[in-house]
Design a protein around this ligand. Structure first.
Ligand SMILES: [Zn+2]
Ligand SMILES: [Zn+2]
Length: 325
């Protein structure tokens, strides 16, 4: 089964954080946090349409300038989602430069600030020198973006400051049954992407497709599409150790195919973790185990462990794989 989302961290776990998620068969990608992104290729930067920022500590937001520089001449808008101060932080970044020569540029940046039970939308257009326009707000329950292919949810956690965690869930996965395709004498090709799109958008059974110079109706093609559970990827970082946070995270990341989670400190430095509002690797391992996550990727390690033989990853994995009985 070919996954819909291809995901990987941009940097090593000792460097600034950024998770790059590419959507297969679409020229589109997401970033979760925007720490250093210098390792992404220009073509990958151009695919980024949505950036989800947990909080704006410098190690999670310093890459914004790199992305802005790369996208200035792009027609497709950039959408940025983040916690209660995200709009001020984007505005602050934009005010750090002089913009008298960009009137003809197409870039538009839409910012969605998640604060309490509201999402407040603002916009910055290059045609008016990125002057801030606040234009609407809507209710926030937990969904911040829903499209036929996927849903992105957020929760608000505590890191002394508000910090968001995100999940990306594919609504369902469609596999093409090659045997049925062959039986019907149908070829593989781009028309199958159209078919998948039509199923996702729940279009009428009479929707027509052309394959091998013949017309077929959607209802005649249902058997070649096998529907299975979609992918779930979760991203959690920079979280204080407290019961409320941990309970909320376990619920939120439950049954993820992959959980990306911080393991900044090790259990031997729990006092430091409490002082700095971070999890320990052992707690991260326990969260992943209790949430029945399939695959745990730990990230965001304190540089103090750089030369240690027993790493935050070792500690998290011991706890994650520890039998529960
Ligand atoms: Zn951090
Ligand atoms: Zn932080």
């Amino acid at each position: 089964m070919k996954p819909t989302f291809i995901h990987s961290l941009v940097n090593s776990p000792f460097e600034d954080l950024s998770l790059f998620v590419r959507i297969m068969r679409e020229r589109r990608a997401f970033l979760f946090d925007i720490g250093s992104i210098c390792r992404l290729k220009p073509g990958d930067l151009q695919k980024i349409t949505d950036v989800f920022v947990t909080h704006t500590h410098i190690d999670h937001f310093i890459g914004f300038d790199t992305l802005l520089r790369a996208l200035l001449r792009r027609k497709r808008p950039l959408k940025v989602y983040g916690p209660s101060n995200i709009t001020d932080c984007v505005e602050g970044k934009l005010r750090g430069y002089t913009w008298n020569l960009i009137k003809e540029y197409p870039l538009k940046i839409d910012v969605y600030c998640i604060s309490g039970d509201k999402i407040i939308a603002s916009s910055f257009h290059s045609e008016n020198r990125f002057k801030r326009i606040d234009y609407s707000f809507s209710e926030f329950d937990d969904i911040i973006l829903r499209e036929p292919l996927f849903t992105i949810r957020a929760i608000q956690l505590d890191h002394q400051i508000p910090c968001l965690a995100f999940s990306l869930e594919e609504e369902f996965h469609i596999n093409i049954n090659k045997a049925s395709l062959k039986e019907m004498g149908l070829p593989v090709g781009p028309w199958l992407s159209e078919l998948k799109k039509a199923i996702r958008e729940d279009r009428s059974g009479d929707t027509e497709f052309t394959a091998s110079n013949r017309k077929y109706k959607l209802k005649e093609l249902r058997d070649i599409a096998k529907i299975t559970r979609g992918q779930k990827i979760s991203y959690v970082t920079d979280v204080s150790i407290n019961d409320e946070n941990i309970k909320k995270i376990i619920e939120f990341v439950r049954d993820s195919d992959t959980l990306y989670c911080e393991a900044y400190f090790m259990e031997k430095d729990r006092d430091r973790a409490l002082e700095r509002f971070h999890l320990t690797a052992e707690i991260t391992g326990r969260i992943a185990r209790e949430a029945r996550v399939k695959n745990l990727v730990v990230m965001h390690f304190s540089p103090k462990y750089r030369n240690d033989t027993d790493t935050p990853e070792d500690e998290a994995m011991r706890e994650f794989r520890h039998p529960t009985f």
